[in-house]
Design a protein around this ligand. Structure first.
Ligand code: TXA
Ligand code: MG
Length: 323
């Protein structure tokens, strides 16, 4: 594949939107870093993000929307979340909120969680693309897995040249750091530090602290004033089935619901043709379905340890692990 680079302009955005609507992926600048965007409602398109990045595991992704009204179609806002959105959007703040029951977002985006990470970006290119594509866009940083986050189009090409069809170039990004991620349930918690600081957030709630503090990680650090908590690093939250899960199974035992792949048909299949992108796109839906039926245990067919299979197997090992 040849990667084209187009400078930000109306026709470049129109072309990027065409690609997105057809299930493709496009690198586009935001005010933080360049993102690798796909239609968040299209599971196969989201799987293509992982394939291009060569990401070895499935983290839930941030969903970008043009405004608060669009965000409210996808997430349930409490009073605190509304206040934060009002003060910091558009801008480099991501809110982790309960997923709205009717949200049309692919389960691969949220890694099967009942929450969604969402933000309204401020950059003209990402904003124009959101409007032109007319759908929410999932976008992690536009670099190969393990690489450094890109703040220029050249950084994107350094690791993704030949792996994506298009980069929109609009110069260096302004913040150069990924967005601050905040959860609001049971008190404000900073899940990832970023351009919007804890004290920026505190000024949003002058006077008294706002509700209980809920430290979630060992490294959590109460801040002066005591009502904000920072949990450095990345979250390891993932959907885990409630039933035991047995891996690399070609024939189900009694009481097992077998999720098939390729030649292993099973009760349900990740991909009858052995297509890893299709399997990634269906993974969390099939785990939920397996969890919800009346068989007491889940089994899953072997998945080849290559390309997207590496991320699928990583996810399955975590899902199968019991303490
Ligand atoms: O600045 C940014 O946020 C950039 C630009 C492109 O917008 N995007 C970005 O996305 O950094 P990504 O996908 O690399 O960051 C996802 C982070 C992960 O650390 C993940 O754990 C967290 O967001 N996350 C996503 N959904 C979550 C959820 N439901 N609960 C907790 N954390 C979540
Ligand atoms: Mg990243």
């Amino acid at each position: 594949m040849t990667t084209r680079v187009l400078h930000y302009a109306d026709d470049a955005i129109a072309e990027a939107a065409q690609l997105i609507m057809a299930g493709g992926i496009v690198a586009v600048p935001t005010e933080t870093v360049y993102g690798l965007a796909a239609d968040a409602t299209n599971a196969t398109a989201v799987a293509a993000i992982y394939a291009a990045k060569g990401r070895p595991s499935f983290n839930p992704l941030i969903v970008h929307v043009p405004d608060l009204a669009a965000a409210r179609q996808l997430a349930v806002f409490d009073e605190v979340a509304l206040r934060l959105a009002d003060d910091f959007w558009p801008g480099p703040l991501t809110l982790v909120l309960p997923l709205a029951g009717t949200a049309p977002v692919a389960s691969l985006v949220t890694a099967g969680l009942s929450t969604i990470a969402i933000r309204v970006p401020a950059h003209r290119a990402m904003r124009a693309l959101l409007v032109a594509a007319g759908r929410p866009l999932a976008a992690p940083s536009a670099n190969a897995s393990g690489g450094i986050s890109p703040t220029r189009a050249a950084h994107v090409l350094a690791s993704l040249d030949g792996r994506i069809p298009l980069v929109i170039d609009d110069g260096a990004t302004q913040a150069g750091l990924e967005s601050t991620i905040v959860a609001t349930e049971g008190g404000i918690e900073i899940l990832r530090p970023g351009p919007i600081t804890a004290s920026d957030i505190e000024t949003c709630f002058p006077g008294k602290g706002r509700g209980p503090v809920t430290p979630s990680a060992a490294q959590s650090r109460p801040l002066p004033g005591g009502h904000l908590v920072t949990a450095p690093g990345q979250l390891e939250s993932h959907y885990a089935p409630s039933k035991p899960l047995r891996l690399e199974v070609t024939e189900a035992d009694e009481g097992e619901w077998l999720i098939g792949f390729g030649a292993v048909a099973g009760d349900d299949t990740l991909s009858a043709t052995g297509d890893l992108r299709e399997a990634a796109a269906r993974l969390f839906d099939l785990l939920h379905r397996a969890d919800a039926n009346d068989r007491p245990r889940i089994a899953i067919a072997p998945i080849p340890q290559e390309s997207l299979g590496i991320a699928i197997n990583d996810r399955l090992r975590r899902a199968a692990h019991r303490d």
